[in-house]
Design a protein around this ligand. Structure first.
Ligand code: IPM
Ligand code: MN
Length: 357
């Protein structure tokens, strides 16, 4: 019997509804496999601004640092569009990533057989499914570089700097090669080395790291081409490793190939300590509170937590199997609904998954 402390950052918009279902699923796993998951609710994002005036209160970061793991819903919404930039809800997310040292973001994009029809590409392009893992650098690059305003050639201008150190590229590359070893042993490093100096350095360092992994096939691709290849022939990819901003963009694109952004989980990991797990969809304020959001991404994020933070592979597999079973039984939230299927809400979807564990 083991006990795990989980900091729960449910956040804004649909965050609270989907994390509630993920929590229910974890509790069900706890019952079945004799584990105790203790949740501590903490505030971050817009709700934290409303309650404390700060998007990331110190006690939230402290609590997350002490926890065994962090489960996050989503942050942000139009209500906070006019708060100062360094206090926007999204800043809480960046603060958590940086504060917890979570430099590696794993974003799997897989097609469930039962949802093959939800993929907007021609069926032959994704025949027999799809299994891509995007490894996105998460605490460097343009997201965290120097920024500001200055006098430029045409008057006042704003700037954001993209910079990567050898250390940052090395560690994320290692991460990608390590996971590739557990998969199909293929890494595609995505950059813009035909234009950017930081990308040329990225390419050089990744190539260097690859020498330690002779079993893994490495290829390099420019980001514009990668965006095109993802819809032209996504099956060519196994692991994609890329910078913070390219990974942000390509992971949204990859999610759409799987049918809905409501299905994809993510894990943010550091050298040690708590990982953070979150659905890659945002707070979707337009559908919040209506019991129509898809909780599967949040639930699969909980599965990733079991696997990567707690080494509970069997339990993680039980969640994934339950999700597959419910989809095969024909249950769908509105985002993945199609003719002849059974439409259910957020709560019902969560309950069905619990029943199938
Ligand atoms: C994501 C989101 C965030 C990001 C935003 C909300 C700061 O789009 O996790 O992909 O850009 O990293
Ligand atoms: Mn994004």
């Amino acid at each position: 019997m083991s006990q795990f402390q989980i900091a729960l950052v449910s956040g804004d918009g649909i965050g609270p509804e989907v994390t509630e279902q993920a929590m229910a699923v974890l509790n069900k796993i706890g019952e079945q496999f004799q584990h105790t998951f203790l949740f501590q609710n903490v505030l971050a994002g817009g709700c934290a601004i409303d309650a404390t005036g700060k998007c990331l209160p110190e006690e939230t970061l402290e609590c997350c640092k002490k926890a065994d793991s962090v489960l996050l819903g989503a942050v942000g919404g139009p209500k906070w569009d006019n708060v100062p930039n360094n206090q926007r809800p999204e800043k809480a997310l960046l603060g958590l990533r940086e504060g917890l040292g979570l430099y590696a973001n794993l974003r799997p994009a897989t097609i469930h057989k039962a949802l093959a029809e939800a993929c907007p590409l021609k069926p032959e392009i994704t025949a027999d499914g799809l299994d891509i893992l995007i490894v996105r650098e998460l605490t460097g690059g343009i997201y965290f570089g120097e920024r500001g305003y200055r006098e430029g050639k045409y008057g006042k201008e704003a700037y954001d700097v993209e910079a990567y150190s050898e250390m940052e590229i090395k560690r994320i590359a290692k991460n990608a090669f390590e996971v590739a070893m557990q998969r199909n042993k293929k890494v595609t490093s995505v950059d813009k080395a035909n234009v950017l100096e930081s990308s040329r350095f990225w390419r050089k360092v990744v190539t260097e790291v690859a020498k330690q992994y002779p079993q893994v096939e490495l290829n390099h691709m420019y980001v514009d081409n990668a965006a095109m290849q993802l819809v032209r022939n996504p099956k060519q990819f196994d692991v994609i490793v890329t910078s913070n901003i390219f990974g942000d963009i390509l992971s949204d694109e990859a999610s759409m190939i799987t049918g809905s952004i409501g299905l994809l989980p993510s894990a943010s990991l550091g050298e040690t300590g708590a990982g953070m797990y979150e659905p890659i969809h945002g707070s979707a304020p337009d559908i919040a509170g209506k019991n129509i959001a898809n909780p599967i991404a949040a639930i699969l994020s909980a599965a990733m937590m079991l696997k990567y933070s707690f080494q509970l592979d069997k339990e993680a597999q039980a969640i994934e199997n339950a999700v597959t079973a419910v989809l095969e039984q024909g249950y769908r939230t509105p985002d993945i609904f199609s003719e002849g299927m059974k439409q259910v809400g957020t709560k019902e979807m969560g309950e069905l998954i619990c029943h199938n564990i």
